[in-house]
Each structure stands twice: as structure tokens, then as C-alpha cells.
Design a protein around this ligand. Sequence first.
Ligand code: KG4
Length: 365
Amino acid sequence: MIILAIDTATDETSAALTKDTSVLSNIVWSQASLHSKWGGVFPSLAKREHEKRIGWVVEKALKRAFSQSPYTNHNSLFTNIDAIAVTAGPGLAIALEVGINYAKKLAREYEKPLIAVNHIEGHVLSPLTVPFSTQSKNTPEISFPSIAVVASGGTTQLILVRNFGDYEIIANTQDDALGEALDKAARMLGLGYPGGAVLEKIAKEGDSKAYALPLPMQGRESEGKFSYSGLKTAMMRLVNQEKPLTKTKIQNLAASFQDMAFEHFVRVSRRVIQNSHSPINHLLIGGGVGANVSFRKKLQQMAKELGIKSVLSPYSKKLYTDNAAMIGIAAYFKFKEEGVSTTNFDKIDRTPRARITEKFTWEKD
Ligand code: KG4
């Protein structure tokens, strides 16, 4: 099944072509540098940039897939596309709207079904993507129940995956998201925005035991809550105490903060998984923070201790952060499992607070 997928949930404008679980093309236009002076995503700027770039990313995704795939003898890949998929939420309302309107326009023009996808479900299923060249041999096998870790700039959740489309959030953040906390720490250290990836690089050179930061929710892990605001405040105090900052201090502060933030995530996750009392088959890792090597190592160690069969994560860095390929794959499974496909597009609407545990309103009976 060939799907043209579009994602404009926050500050990445993305379009991809997927064939079942394989990725034919995945174009991401990141607006991050434009938002950096605000220290976060500025909604009206995001909307304007999505409008400016959406046509370009779709065109580029089509051309790239066109040059790689066996469908090169067609004038336009649109004739081979079975469906169009678009992120309906969660995300920024005015950003989501750009992708939805564009997807509706294409679906009407080319008479294709339109599949609305939950952005978080895209992150959950992103480890199941495979590069087009190896599609037949390498598609990861998945069995249920499994657990998904989704850690990004706006989401920090542990999700029990009972089946495709059947999810339960078993741990959630009660304040900041993990990626947001890393971004804020990076900003305190003068490392720019978004800072997760830079913080990782700098932390590699530092000593994670150099500073004693408080471990959040200690002794309360079984409540299934992540919390980063106390850690962030402690970091702010520490950074101010340590001023003027030298290179070594920055490296040690970065390493200490990152280590404590990850330690907290793993401690809560370990306890919640233990308490779920069901044998978990796989641990799926998705979302921007998943690109962090020490985060994944800690999760791998935890999975081993808990007897989880395997840890699955996306095959490319580009598939951790926001991208449309994961939306194409989620749409494929949604179509396969539920047969959800609609030629009546009018009801599909932006759903900024969509939850992975609930159907979109227009899909409810
Ligand atoms: O999935 P994503 O693109 O979703 C959002 O836009 O929310 O994730 C972005 C987040 C940012 O907070 C960014 O700092 C973080 O993922 N991130 C990382 C790394 N790469 C991106 N955090 C830690 N280590 C990385 N290598």
C-alpha cells in the first residue's frame, strides 16, 4: 500500500512516501532555527512557515520516491498512491490545520482516501519502519503486549501497546516533557535551542557525578508520574551558583543534568512495567529524545533486567524527531487493522489535544 503522508504538528514541515512499512522518501523541513530566539515554538510563525514549505516538501517527497522506486515509468506517482495520510493531532492547532487543508486538497484533486493519524501513534510505530531497499527481509516482527516510550519536546509517556490501535498510557509527565527539560537546561548553559542534541554532545565530555542534582519522585515511582520541573529549578540554581561558567563546568553540568533526567525516566518506567504484571514482548522507542545514545543504553539495560525480549528503535536518526514517514506507517497499520479510510473528508479536523487512547471524534459511532 503506497501512502503519501503529511505532518505539520509543530515546527517541522514533512512529507513522505511509504510502501507498507518501508520508507520510499521522508522529507523534513525544520523550522527550529527560526524559533530559536523565542526559546520555543512561536505558533503564528510556525503556521506561516508550514504554508510556505508544504508544497515544496510534498513535491520533493514525490520526486525522491519516484527516482528510487520501480514506479519510475509513470509521469506522476499520484497514480500509484493508494491513500493520503495526515496528522490530525496532537499538536499546535494552527500548524496542524496547514497540513490537513493541504492533504484534503490533494485527496480531492486526485480522488484518494484520506486517513487521519494520531501523531503520538506515529512515534510509537516509528521503530517498525524499514528502508525501502531492505523491506522484505528486515521488517521487524512485533508481538503484543509491548511497551512504547515516547519522549519528545512535548510528550513524555510510557504506553502499553495491546495491539495496533489499542493503547493505554501507563506513565505520563505531570509538568515538563523530557525533551523540553533538556532544551531548557541547554539554554541555561548557553547552548541554543533546541538543545537536546547539543547537550548530548557536550555531556559526553563531562562527569555525570560532578554535581548532585535531586532525583525527582524518589520513592514515589509507582505513581507512574514523570516530573522535571523540580530538577529544572535545581539546575537553574546550580548554574547561577557556578557562574562564571567554564568549559569544564558546562560539560559537567550537562552530564549531571542529563544523567539525572534519564535516571528518573528509567526508574519510573521500571517500576510501572514491573507493576503491570504482564510479560512484555518488546520495548519500542520513539520521539526526539530517543535519538540520544545514553538514553537508549539505559533503556536497553532496563529491558534486559525486566526480561523484555527486544528493544526496537527507528533505523535512522531522522525517524526519531518529527517526520511524516512515521505517519505513513501508522496510517498503513490503521488501514490494515480497522479499514479506516474515508472519502468524506469534511469531518476530519485539527485535534490539538488528541489522545492516543481515544478515536478522533469523527471516527466515533
Ligand atoms: O520528536 P520531536 O521532534 O518532537 C517535538 O517537536 O516535540 O522531539 C524534539 C525534542 C527536542 O526537545 C530535542 O531537544 C530533543 O527532541 N532531541 C534530543 C536529541 N535530539 C533531539 N534530546 C536528547 N538527545 C538528542 N540527541
